[in-house]
Ligand binder design. Structure first.
Ligand code: TTP
Ligand code: MG
Length: 582
């Protein structure tokens, strides 16, 4: 073999599960209408059949065919329009959320596929099982009797048990069946999962990797090989994986790039070193409505209004605040061509409900957004001339996380409030507008960079947060330093975290406070800095106490002062200053 020198070392320490939902859109429709479970069902988008249930597949219907072809194969095929993705997307995120209970390392791939890296659970479980008792769940791919000595076989067997549990859970909680592939890397997990379908799972051991790859035959079936690369390879007479194994690596390098050539050769042997990258939330949330031609502005407005109301539900479920809105249209004369316009919007338009944390619009903000939408529409379409619109779309992008978690310091300064938004550097003006209306104490806090230096809530992209805004906040000195008020605020902002009633949580906190005062603090490593207000300090969450204590120790070290010397208010950008007795 001429190109095996390009191969990466094959190490098997990971256990990856690939989950692919069966005939996804069709399953969602069958949940919505159970009578469809017993008929051949196809999901139609325009003139295409994007998927069909397995009864239809038994009749010979294939996904991704034209409706005409599908109907000719199966005349009694029942068709459902699948152009509204709302429910598909919603259920897709429920599946990902379910998988995240097993591991934080869950990577979404389209709407119905996810990789889960279960290495950590496998390594935990392997400590507590008798190896001979481990039984593989589902199918095993490959004929090989050679096994690796590194322990991967046992790990993958445990992986297969976890995959079975996951699939049972998805079935029970979300009423969806799925397939799983279990392997030591993403590539093999994805490919082997499709060997037995539907509602089955397959495990592959590393020694069978080459056999699986050769079974897939065509190079174009390697995930990541796109149309252009496949064409380049074809020019080199490389169509199959076997062709690739027999080609000259030098030729491959010059036709692709050295990096791409190396990657491709590795993939063709089933070697994939890419990690499962936890997927963040989507970069945009949008809805489109394709319609028979609309020619009147009132109708356009009505459609946008409906889209906006449905979109707000999606935004509320997502939990982040958008800062950009985009309008998309398609004109009748440009049937395959979409045009869009977007603009920034103030995050303050979105109201966060106090108890549920849901997001909604009030009348004023809804009117404001509708006028922004219609302005964007007017930029796309000259309404003084006749027009025919066949698609309207609305989406939100550029999201900000909001800070309402337990560890957000915001919760310790808020009494009976709805946290409206976090304001990033780009939205400083909006922040200033709000801060101008706040009472003095809060302005003081908001205007200080140091205040947010202490933010603990993790932000996925670690965006440069400089300030936050709170709507209708009632700040004043006695309230924020009063222990009971602090607890109520904490509780309101975290109502989703716990099912406990207010009084239960309150009692829990009081009990833990009692423990703390007996021993001063459960965590013996933390002490109250000498000049900090002790009453306030012991009411803070442990992580903030830890930070304050560490900050004080750092100051002391720097100034080379003794522990009992009064605390210097030397650094202006430290939260410690807010807890120092005046
Ligand atoms: P797939 O996973 O390819 O198909 P599937 O889940 O319907 O069927 P299978 O049991 O073979 O996994 O795609 C997931 C969904 O994505 C599918 O239900 C419909 C949608 N889809 C499109 O909208 N357009 C397409 O071209 C394809 C292939 C799928
Ligand atoms: Mg699928």
């Amino acid at each position: 073999m001429s190109n095996d020198l390009a191969l990466d070392l094959d190490e098997h320490s990971h256990t990856i599960i690939h989950i692919d939902l069966d005939c996804f859109y069709a399953q969602v429709e069958m949940i919505r209408n159970p009578s469809l479970r017993n008929v051949p069902l196809g999901i139609q988008q325009k003139s295409l059949l994007v998927t069909c249930n397995y009864i239809a597949r038994e009749c010979g219907v294939k996904k991704c065919t034209t409706i005409a072809d599908a109907k000719s194969v199966c005349p009694n095929l029942v068709l459902i329009n699948g152009e509204d993705l709302y429910d598909y997307r919603k259920i897709s995120y429920q599946v990902t959320a379910y998988l995240q209970r097993y591991s934080p390392l869950v990577e979404r791939l389209g709407l119905d596929e996810n990789f889960v890296d279960v290495t950590s659970i496998v390594n935990d479980r392997i400590q507590n099982v008798i190896i001979d008792d481990i039984k593989i769940e589902g199918h095993v791919f490959g004929e090989t009797n050679e096994f690796c000595q590194c322990g991967c076989q046992d790990r993958l067997k445990i992986g297969s048990m976890i995959a079975q549990q996951i699939r049972d859970g998805i079935r029970k909680e979300l009423n969806l069946t799925s397939c799983a592939g279990i392997a030591h890397n993403k590539l093999l997990a994805k490919l082997v999962g499709s060997v037995h379908k539907p509602n089955q799972q397959t495990t592959i051991f590393p020694n069978s990797a080459l056999e699986l790859m050769l079974d897939f035959k065509k190079v174009a079936r390697i995930p990541g090989v796109g149309h252009t690369m496949a064409e380049t390879l074809e020019r080199l007479n490389i169509k199959t994986i076997e062709d690739l194994h027999n080609c000259k690596f030098e030729e491959l390098k010059s036709a692709l790039t050295p990096e791409k050539a190396k990657w491709l050769v590795n993939m063709s042997y089933g070697r994939d070193t890419s990690a499962v990258k936890p997927s963040g939330k989507p970069q945009s949330i949008g809805l489109e409505d394709s319609c028979k031609t609309i020619t009147a502005e009132a109708e356009i407005k009505e459609k946008f209004h409906q889209l906006l109301n449905r979109l707000i539900i999606l935004v509320s479920e997502d939990g982040r605040i958008p800062t950009t809105i985009k309008v998309t249209i398609r004109k009748f004369d440009k049937i395959s061509h979409r045009e869009s316009r977007q603009c920034n919007i103030s995050p303050n338009l979105f109201i966060i409900e106090k108890h549920s944390s849901n997001i909604h619009l009030n009348e004023q903000s809804e009117n404001k957004l509708m006028s922004i939408i219609m302005n964007l529409f007017n930029k796309l379409v000259n309404v003084s001339q006749p027009y025919h619109i066949t698609l309207l779309g609305l989406s939100f992008t550029k999201f900000q996380e909001r800070f309402s978690g337990r560890s957000s310091i915001a919760s310790y300064f808020i009494k009976d409030v709805a946290v409206q938004s976090i304001t990033s550097i780009e939205n400083m003006r909006a922040t200033q507008d709000i801060t101008e209306n706040l009472p003095t104490t809060s302005q003081h806090a908001l205007n200080t960079d140091a205040f947010l230096e202490s933010e603990i809530e993790p932000s996925p992209k670690k965006s440069k947060i400089t300030s936050f805004a709170v709507q209708h906040a009632q700040f004043n000195e006695p309230e924020y330093s009063s222990p009971s008020k602090l607890r109520v605020a904490d509780l309101q902002l975290n109502s989703k975290e716990s099912d406990k009633s207010e009084s239960e949580t309150e009692t829990g906190k009081l009990d833990s406070k009692a423990n703390e005062s007996n021993g001063h603090n459960i965590n013996q490593h933390i002490q109250c800095p000498p000049d900090a207000d002790e009453e306030v300090f012991w009411e803070l969450p442990t992580d903030v106490q830890q930070e304050l204590w560490s900050e004080w120790k750092r100051n002391r070290q720097r100034d080379n002062e003794s522990t009992n010397k009064p605390l210097k208010k030397a650094k202006t950008n430290t939260i410690l200053n807010y807890f120092v007795k005046s």
